[in-house]
Design a protein around this ligand. Structure first.
Ligand code: SF4
Length: 291
């Protein structure tokens, strides 16, 4: 995900995800329902078919992560290592909670009234939702059957894992384009830009509404030419209805420290209002709706 909001600590369940490290998932917990697995191989098999997901947390939000009031579910696990990540505690799937599909759907269904009253819905974020395509695909399909507006917040790096059926069950994709220049993208995320571009193109061709998100970091992503490449790309996709320029801020610093990971942006200041306006102006100049 790209949001500049730190994810909450409210866990969906309080049972550790059991992986081959030998940690055992418990049972009888509060929250959504625990997964009691005798062997980690069984857990992994159930994860592969989407019966269980590794979830970091969830949050009920308004005016972020899509329209209306939304239940945002943060999946655990991400292949990127963004220098400005506010949620490095979502990076590893094994640090998530093992959540049964039925338990999560029960919680989602509980908010149907709120969703319909506010024009909201479900957003699956992370981490990276496409790192668990079987589970996320099932949740999206089930939510659609309940008439719930569905969204994922993704970097698109794992877009090849997103099936056409998943796309058909998505009303909106928040596509995080972290840079327009491949070298800058690698510097920011540690990964290649091309898979993101390919995924966005696919969204456009399939007519899936897309909001482009771009995190503005002074000295890292703010170069005029770099921004212009994102502008050109966004303008070339017919499915893009909105661009969100998200000013960098330092909210996640303490998480990096507590995890013992070196935080390279410790001395980076948030962008000035003038810089934010310049970048938003670049998008507006191409006729894009910008926030
Ligand atoms: S590292 Fe992953 S979770 Fe963090 S900002 Fe990047 S894509 Fe989002």
């Amino acid at each position: 995900m790209t949001t500049t909001t730190a994810v909450p600590t409210t866990a969906v369940v309080d049972v550790p995800l059991e992986l081959p490290s030998g940690r055992r998932a418990g049972a009888g917990t509060a929250g959504l329902g625990a997964v009691d697995m005798a062997r980690s191989s069984e857990l992994l098999a159930r994860m592969r078919v989407g019966e269980i997901g590794s979830v970091h947390s969830w949050e009920l939000v308004t005016a972020v992560d899509g329209p209306g009031t939304r239940l945002t579910v943060f999946m655990a696990g991400c292949p990127l290592r963004c220098l400005y990540c506010h949620n490095p505690d979502t990076w590893k799937m094994r640090d998530g909670k093992a959540v049964e599909f039925d338990a999560l759907m029960g919680r989602i269904a509980r908010y149907r009234g709120v969703f319909s009253a506010t024009g909201g819905g479900l957003t699956i974020s992370g981490g990276e939702p496409l790192q668990q395509p079987a589970f996320v695909g099932r949740v999206l399909a089930a939510a659609k059957q309940l008439g719930i507006h569905t969204t994922i917040d993704t970097s698109g790096f794992l877009g090849a894992s997103c099936t056409d059926e998943m796309l058909d069950n998505l009303d909106l994709v928040l596509l995080d384009v972290k840079s327009g220049d491949p070298d800058t993208y690698r510097k920011v995320t540690g990964q290649r830009l091309q898979p993101t571009l390919d995924f966005g193109r696919r969204l456009s061709e399939r007519g899936v509404e897309t909001w482009i998100r771009f995190v503005l970091v002074p000295g890292l992503t703010d170069d005029v030419a770099n921004v212009e490449k994102v502008v050109e790309y966004a303008a070339s996709l017919s499915s893009v209805t909105r661009v969100e320029v998200l000013p960098f801020h330092q909210m996640g610093t303490d998480k990096w420290e507590s995890l013992g990971i070196r935080y390279e942006l410790a001395d980076t200041e948030p962008p000035s209002p003038e810089l934010v306006e310049r970048v938003r102006g670049q998008f507006r100049a191409r006729g894009l709706t910008v926030y």
